[in-house]
Design a protein around this ligand. Structure first.
Ligand code: HMG
Ligand code: MG
Length: 315
């Protein structure tokens, strides 16, 4: 039987569904946090707020807004207290990063209802990113997750370096599974499996998801496009049944504490593929491209997203 196809509108792919894939995907948009934390220049708070508003208008429903981390560690997001109230009236989920109880206090004081802790699968990155050993970092998160859950706050547990680490090389799957289990055991509602330096390939993704053996509703994937594998890896995760995919508008970002981390999977590239597969995201691709083109202009350089370039004729 041939698949049902629809003729595309201009600026959209032809829709050709594939059997065995989810019908809907929730995009966890990280551009305002993971993207902007890595910019050399600090984006003015009002521009960040406008960015978040435009992302919501484009149909994104989960928009990571900022981080309540130490301002000296990530100066680009030092305005979290000023930014969050400017966007908190939006009818979307606005998760924020909190590394410790101090961060949680700051987020709760502003009424955040979704927070994320961020662990590492490797010792080297735990040290570089959190100034802690891996187990010390987990011990730091435990009271954060406990208190957040007691307050009815949704908690995401990020896990960086799930596939490779710039200092340690390949990361064994059982090592990743151990930290995932620790995050779930302390009460995290969902995990985000990060390929922080973009070295994963689809078979590796499948191997980790199989070995992890956690209900797919609790798992999100977070790919970087360093070696051009982010969409292939996403496709492997979709085949496994994963329905939460992290992406960054315009492909912004990397990680300030991992030199070899380049851009995140661009939300527009993801939406193009999902739309082509007939997978619903609720996102208006044209509005999203316009938002990323606007942000690229603000940052003074073209977006690395292939889809943004193709549809906005950026040079
Ligand atoms: P530390 O220096 O070990 O901090 O940093 P400390 O616990 O020793 O405290 C020192 C001082 O910092 C104290 O002040 C604290 O109050 C203050 P003092 O008593 O000296 O005056 N402090 C804070 N102030 C404001 N907000 C806070 C806070 N915490 C302590 N939350 C710490 C430890 C965890 C704070 C630091 O390492 C940190 O902030 N790290 C954040 C790094 C970061 O944000 N990295 C990027 C996010 S991870 C990522 O991007 C990867 C991801 O996207 C997935 C992927 O791509 O793979 C998630
Ligand atoms: Mg990232």
């Amino acid at each position: 039987m041939t698949s049902p196809m629809t003729v595309p509108e201009p600026g959209l792919p032809m829709t050709v569904p594939e059997p065995g894939l989810p019908t809907r995907v929730r995009i966890h948009e990280v551009g305002a946090r993971d993207g902007l934390q890595n910019e050399k220049s600090t984006v003015p708070t009002e521009v960040k707020a406008e960015f978040v508003r435009r992302l919501a208008e484009a149909g994104l429903t989960t928009i990571e807004a900022t981080s309540f981390v130490h301002p000296k560690w990530v100066p680009q997001l030092a305005d979290a207290e000023q930014l969050f109230p400017q966007v908190s009236d939006l009818a979307v989920d606005l998760p924020v990063l909190v590394p410790n109880e101090r961060g949680l206090d700051r987020a709760l004081a502003l009424g955040a209802t979704r927070v994320a802790v961020f662990a590492s699968a490797t010792e080297s990155f735990a040290k570089a990113n959190l100034n802690r050993t891996l187990d010390e970092a987990l011990a730091m998160f435990e009271p954060v997750v406990g208190r957040a859950k007691a307050e009815g706050v949704h908690v995401r547990g990020y896990l960086s370096m799930c596939f490779g680490d710039p200092w340690e090389g390949a990361v064994p799957v059982p090592q990743v599974v151990r930290v995932c289990r620790a995050l779930l055991d302390m009460g995290c509602d969902e995990l985000s499996l990060g390929d922080t330096i973009g070295v994963a390939t689809p078979g590796h993704v499948r191997a980790l998801l199989t070995e992890l053996d956690v209900p797919v509703e609790k798992v999100g994937v977070h790919f970087h496009d360093t070696y051009g594998q982010a969409l292939a890896n996403t496709y492997a995760a979709l085949q496994h049944g994963v329905t939460t995919v992290d992406a960054s508008a315009g492909g912004l970002g990397g990680c300030p504490y991992a030199k070899s981390a380049t851009g995140n999977l661009a939300t527009e590239d993801l939406v193009w593929m999902l739309q082509g597969l007939g997978i619903d995201t609720g996102v208006d691709l044209g509005r999203l491209v316009a938002t990323s083109a606007w942000m690229a202009e603000h940052l003074g350089r073209p977006s690395p997203s292939r889809t943004v370039r193709a549809l906005s004729h950026q040079e």
